[in-house]
Design a protein. Structure first.
Length: 473
């Protein structure tokens, strides 16, 4: 929570929830149950550092809802971690999974450390100890609660988690499904790494393909030539920028915590990433102008603004200066409820986090299914499809007396690889969710913004599931 804010992150999620709940007909008790965090595990454990000293680590795992099992959500390593934040993020996971029809309850974990201040060996010890604490309390398992990467964590940490879990649970046949976002060699799925960024792109692309919406925003249809600003060049920001650039949009500014850079002709995220790796900073990138503060990027003139770092970066104070026509919330909770009010007045369309960044958990779902089925996607059908396509094409060529080009032949024959199936499943998920939310919004013009429409979708799905469980007769 930023110090000048009147309420916490979790309270701001509750505020958005209440705003949407008014548009539903569910019993007050059902709504209260949906909002509540069911289980909160706050832990402290010691770790011996490389210099021999002992440090007590503060960590959390919150299971917001078990209306579906397992609970699902990432683990973040950050100095800012606190119980309220983890509760807010766990709640968002419940709503996110419901909206994109991923059958999980919401969860989230956090370890209050800045990973830059620890050696790799220390990080491994912390991660493994955290995992064994979760095992002890039955807070992890393929049918209980399945963590994943989040801010400050990635494949490496997930590999440590699965290794710790499976060594403590020998013989558990589905053990690999205790965590997602793993390296491919450890049971990961192809396409997970870029999933959140690709999902953000698919979601915004779908919005940009809606003629009526674009007309309202004063924009042309499609993403080609749209100007995009991305705040945060971590895994999510990097891939979001990549997919927009590849689709013909212009990424005019990129921001990281040391500052921001601008180039009206467009930036290449990979070149910027390499520059940052080599120099330690995003600043002074050849051909680009430096912006003094990273937050300056949020106020630039552009069509699409993508906050892809942390929560509360656009609030009541700076929202009036935001000039973007569309905001795509790639991060969790980047805009506060006050910012939403400003956007509604200014006519800025804010595409909300809890569904827009659901690509990560959607592909986590595919990874978990792969782990439970013990077979790689595409293994059963790839060759069959290729043989069938060869046959069909052969028939067409024979009957028409014409031959297709080599490039066309390669494209038509191609049977699906794991990554093709994962990307296509993600595309379908994001397009469907975007349309469902927009339909809710269009049917009732008194719904103030897209976030409220997304919450309505989430509340209806979770409440229906509770009702079907028979908890609320
Ligand atoms: N940390 C990501 C999120 O906030 C992914 C969670 C997951 O894959 O379970 O959605």
């Amino acid at each position: 929570m930023s110090s000048n804010q009147a309420y916490s992150f979790f309270e701001s999620v509750e505020k958005s929830f209440d705003k949407a709940a008014q548009f539903t007909k569910w019993d007050k008790g059902v709504l209260e149950q949906i909002k509540a965090c069911n289980s909160i595990y706050s832990m402290r454990f010691p770790v011996k550092l490389d210099d021999g000293s002992i440090e007590v680590i503060e960590a959390y795992r919150v299971q917001h809802s078990q209306h579906k099992s397992p609970c699902k959500g990432g683990i973040r390593f950050s100095d800012e971690v606190n119980q309220d934040e983890v509760m807010a993020l766990a709640s968002l996971m419940t709503y996110k999974c419901a909206i994109v029809n991923v059958p999980f309850g919401g969860g989230k974990g956090g370890i209050k450390i800045n990973p830059r201040n620890y050696s790799v060996y220390e990080l491994e010890k912390i991660t493994r100890r955290y995992t064994s604490e979760l095992v002890k309390k039955n807070f992890i398992g393929p049918g209980i609660d399945v963590p994943a990467p989040d801010y400050g964590t990635g494949e490496r940490e997930m590999a440590w988690i699965v290794d710790t879990y499976t060594s403590l649970k020998p013989g558990e046949i589905d053990g690999a499904g205790c965590v997602t976002g793993k390296p491919i060699t450890q049971g990961g799925v192809r396409g997970r790494k870029e999933a959140t960024g690709l999902g953000v792109f698919f979601g915004i692309r779908e919005v940009c393909n809606m003629e009526d919406v674009m007309q309202k925003q004063g924009l042309s249809v499609g993403v080609v030539a749209k100007t995009v600003v991305v705040q945060g060049l971590g895994n999510v920001g990097y891939h979001t920028a990549k997919f927009f650039r590849e689709a013909g949009a212009k990424v005019v500014a990129l921001a990281e915590y040391e500052g921001a850079i601008y180039n009206a002709d467009g930036l290449n995220e990979e070149e910027v990433f390499q520059h940052r790796k080599a120099t330690g900073s995003i600043l002074n990138f050849p051909g680009a102008t430096n912006l003094a503060k990273n937050t300056d990027a949020l106020e630039l003139e552009c069509d699409i603004l993508i906050p892809a770092a942390l929560e509360n970066v656009i609030n009541g104070e700076n929202a009036p200066r935001v000039k973007a026509k569309i905001i795509g919330e790639a991060a969790n909770g980047p805009c506060t409820p006050e910012a939403d009010e400003v956007f509604a007045k200014k006519g800025i369309l804010c595409v909300p986090d809890m569904y827009l960044n659901a690509g990560g958990v959607t592909v986590s779902y595919f990874e978990w299914l792969k782990n439970l089925s013990h077979v790689r996607y595409g293994r059963m059908e790839k060759r069959f499809t290729e043989n069938m396509n060869t046959h069909i094409l052969g028939q067409i060529e024979e009957l028409s007396g014409k031959k297709v080009s080599d490039q066309e032949r390669k494209f038509i024959m191609h049977g699906p690889e794991e990554q093709d199936l994962v990307h296509s499943g993600l595309e379908e998920t994001m397009i469907t969710a975007t349309r469902e939310i927009m339909d809710i919004w269009k049917k009732d013009p008194s719904i103030p913004d897209m976030r409220t429409a997304a919450y309505i979708s989430a509340i209806n799905k979770v409440a229906t599931s509770y009702a079907e469980l028979g908890i609320f007769p």
